[in-house]
Design a protein around this ligand. Structure first.
Ligand SMILES: Cc1cc2nc3c(=O)[nH]c(=O)nc-3n(C[C@H](O)[C@H](O)[C@H](O)COP(=O)(O)O)c2cc1C
Length: 333
């Protein structure tokens, strides 16, 4: 499959498969693992544009940037143009090389403040925000949206044109409206229309979990890149599988048991170190649950490992599971 590199401002993203920002999931440790498996670009979890809240532990972890992984992309969410512009400047001061603006989040807490996907209802405000942020920083500004507020108002093409006119340098689109939340299947016709309508790179997003699906989405949308969210949860190696599409038609590389064990142990240690033991153990539970979906005979292991409170126990139980499963046969069919 031939896909030219994704160009965002001065950055050339060699692998067009990128990790979706996911609050509570794509923290620095997870982003590092996905990059190791070839994710072309990763984005921080959404951070509020209200910089007065940046001293909370949640924001501090979210703004702990991985400065050695270029480009460093930070996503901000808010509704006030000037506040978003100031937040963008502050992110650049901390090392952000691309600022991504969130206009896709469906969460009530966010939409109530007319941020995230709620902004799609107010095209004038979208233009004001994008103009203000682009003017405030010298780094590229990108945008992430849904296809519209609800199926009766799929205005992604309008928003995309506004974005391009305001100087946005790439656009990621989740193929659902806000009203659709995560229900049903993502649709790609709207994304295809957006791709046709604008000249900046367009990244398609929604329900891409396999190589077959990624090929289908590329065919349907003709997009410049694909963004993977839930498909990477507990499966960071998905980026290696997808990258192979670009170089050959090779069969899915087999992930052996030892490699999976090392990925999990590495991830656990990184989480414990990054968050400290108390929070690290809690955050690790959801990743362990996702990893278990790839493991055979893992019910008992899962049941135990999500209940322990210490880092050393999480690691011990994980090692024991793999010792017990003995060698290369522990992957679920
Ligand atoms: C747990 C979770 C957290 C998310 N947080 C964010 C976020 O912080 N910023 C954002 O733009 N999108 C966020 N999203 C949306 C994803 O980036 C993505 O658009 C969506 O999951 C659809 O892609 P997928 O089908 O590949 O998962 C989140 C999604 C999930 C499941």
């Amino acid at each position: 499959m031939l896909l030219p590199p994704l160009k965002i401002g001065p950055y050339t993203i060699n692998n067009p498969f990128v990790l979706a920002p996911m609050a509570g999931v794509t923290d620095a440790p997870f982003r590092r693992i996905c990059r190791r498996f070839g994710a072309g670009m990763t984005t921080s979890e959404m951070t509020t544009a209200d910089t007065s809240l940046w001293q909370t532990p949640k924001s501090r972890f979210r703004l702990d940037l991985d400065l050695d992984a270029e480009p460093v992309v930070v996503q901000i969410a808010g509704s006030e143009p000037e506040q978003l512009a100031q937040a963008a400047i502050a992110c650049v001061d901390r090392g952000a090389q691309i600022i991504d603006i969130n206009m896709g989040c469906p969460a009530k807490k966010v939409c109530k403040k007319l941020a995230g996907s709620a902004l799609l209802q107010d095209e004038k405000r979208v233009a004001s925000i994008l103009t203000a942020v682009v003017a405030a920083v010298t780094v590229p500004v990108t945008l992430k949206i849904r296809t519209g507020w609800d199926p009766e108002h799929r205005n992604a093409v309008n928003i995309a044109r506004i974005a391009e006119d305001c100087g946005i340098q790439s656009l990621a689109i989740h193929g659902r409206t806000r009203a659709c939340r995560y229900k049903g299947e993502a649709e790609f016709e709207t994304i295809a229309r957006v791709k046709e309508a604008i000249g900046i790179p367009v990244i398609a997003n929604g329900d891409i979990t396999t190589s077959e699906k990624s090929l289908e989405v590329l065919r349907l949308t003709n997009c410049d890149g694909l963004m993977i969210g839930r498909g990477a949860q507990g499966r960071p190696w998905i980026f290696r599988e997808l990258s192979l599409l670009l170089t050959s038609h090779q069969e899915k590389p087999q992930l052996d048991n030892y490699e999976l064990r090392d990925i999990m142990l590495d991830h656990l240690s990184e989480l414990h170190r990054f968050y400290g033991e108390l929070t690290g153990v809690r955050v690790a539970r959801k990743h362990l649950t996702w990893y278990c979906n790839s493991l055979a005979n893992a019910d008992e292991f899962r049941h135990q490992v999500v209940r322990v409170d210490s880092a050393s126990e999480q690691i011990r139980l994980t090692r024991t599971y793999f010792d017990r499963e003995d060698g290369g046969d522990s992957l679920a069919a």
